[in-house]
Design a binder for this molecule. Structure first.
Ligand code: SUG
Length: 445
């Protein structure tokens, strides 16, 4: 059966800011406390969605979450009126306030892991919202993510939206950023590859020393079980702990797959040859042949990969069989990466086009093109059964641009998070957004 890959991009929320909350994510740490521009961030993200939709790629949007997260603040003992809660939190723990205000749900590659209906035992599309339990500011996202996914994929005959895994270190789950599907095409049988950073129940397994490994093998296995994936078509690969220690906090910072192509850095995996062997074997079972595009350290160092976000690109299948690589403009500003990319498109291989975007606002928090999207491969019937109000069209683009222009600030400094007016502005913006998207029950405002 034919299927198309929808990319659900996160709409950047009105409280986008730089709070240095993600230890192990170099950009987040380097830009801590600088001023952000939420308006520009949202417009940059919308420009990407619009351009890809205009090119004929299936594109949709996932809404931002309600901020500040008063439930978090109140659960931590900040009481009184909303204004009191904000004032006390700012005075006693500005970092907790920043967590409650984070716009991090914009990186929807971390929203959930998705298995297309072709892969699952019951023939439904399965979603497991990621618990993101490694970071406080991300650990509560799954509540609203689950609500949004249920609102969009509410037809239980076709879709299964699961609960997140238990929110404990053994089941650290970062969603689709550590997951890719490899097969002949989106509609064909395929292999699901899960990449993990550490093994909770094997103290002798290699693990990074400096930065946290956010995803466990146990979490990946649990997601595969819940989705009803066939063992022969499921592959688990360990990320190289040394690259986690160099700032590769998700696999999608060092590798990306699409159809039968895996584009990756030679240092991405703990055991490169073992990983390729497993993939090739499993893919043979679905009549697909892996095309591995390996980038050597000599061409692009891990450091250049982390700074340019070369691998945090979207590989998109075009009509006619070739692929486009959607990259952040930082790739063109890095001499080694730019040189590499020139060679890549000239090589006659599967990638014959580069599409670049200015996503600087998101990049400064470690979020490139691939972080901003969640892939959901759907048959035409499934696509018709989801909520249609989130599909990106020219009309929706213009409506959302006007909405951003009306509600978003163009500058947020850390001290602005104490301003009670900001909470009221965000609230008003989201109420209107729920109406625009035709999802009246989206928020519990
Ligand atoms: O989880 N940054 C996010 C970036 C997520 C990128 N996603 C993928 N690679 N798929 C993170 O580290 C920074 C927030 C701050 O510091 O204000 C942040 O959460």
């Amino acid at each position: 059966m034919s299927a198309r890959e929808f990319n659900f991009d996160g709409l950047v929320g009105p409280s986008h800011n730089y709070a240095g909350l993600s230890f192990g994510n170099v950009a987040s740490f380097n830009n801590v406390k600088s001023a952000s521009n939420p308006k520009q961030a949202a417009l940059q993200g919308l420009a990407k969605m619009r351009a890809l939709a205009a090119r004929g790629f299936a594109q949709a949007v996932l809404p931002p979450q309600d901020r500040p997260n008063f439930r978090l603040l109140r659960s931590l003992g900040f009481t009184g009126s909303d204004a009191d809660v904000l004032a006390r939190a700012y005075k006693e723990s500005p970092v907790i306030l920043a967590c409650a205000y984070s716009a991090s749900p914009m990186w929807t590659a971390n929203a959930a892991t998705v298995s297309p209906s072709r892969d699952t035992a019951d023939g439904r599309v399965h979603f497991t919202p990621a618990n993101l339990n490694n970071k406080l500011h991300r650990a509560l996202e799954y509540v609203q993510t689950t609500r949004a996914l249920k609102a969009i994929f509410g037809d239980e005959r076709r879709f299964a939206v699961h609960d997140a895994l238990p929110s404990t270190p053994a089941f650290g789950d970062e969603g689709a950023a550590n997951h890719t599907r490899l097969g002949a095409s989106h509609g064909a049988d395929a292999v699901e590859m899960f990449v993990y950073g550490r093994v909770e129940f094997d103290p002798n397994a290699p693990a990074p020393k400096r930065y946290p490994a956010r995803q466990t093998l146990e979490a990946s296995q649990a997601v595969a079980r819940k989705h009803g994936l066939a063992e022969a078509r499921t592959v688990y690969v360990q990320q190289n702990p040394d690259v986690i220690d160099q700032g590769v906090f998700h696999n999608d910072v060092i590798a990306v797959g699409n159809a039968n192509v895996l584009f990756y850095h030679e240092q991405a995996f703990a055991d490169e040859q073992g990983a390729l062997f497993q993939l090739r074997q499993a893919m043979a079972g679905v009549d697909a042949e892996l095309t591995a595009i390996r980038v050597d350290t000599g061409m692009v160092s891990v450091q250049d990969a982390v700074h340019s976000y070369l691998f945090n690109s979207q590989l998109l299948s075009k009509d006619g069989g070739k692929m486009a690589l959607v990259i952040p403009q930082e790739c063109q500003e890095n001499a080694a990466v730019a040189r590499y990319l020139e060679g890549l498109v000239a090589s006659g291989g599967p990638v014959d086009e580069l599409i670049h975007f200015d996503l600087r606002q998101s990049m400064r928090n470690g979020g490139g093109p691939a972080c901003l999207r969640l892939r959901v491969a759907l048959t035409d019937e499934e696509a018709g059964a989801m909520h249609q109000g989130v599909i990106m069209t020219e009309a929706l683009y213009h409506t959302l641009v006007a909405w951003v222009e009306k509600h978003y600030r163009d500058k947020l400094e850390p001290s602005d998070l104490a301003d009670p007016a900001l909470a009221i502005e965000v609230h008003a913006a989201l109420e209107e957004l729920a109406r625009i998207l035709g999802m009246p029950g989206l928020y519990d405002l």
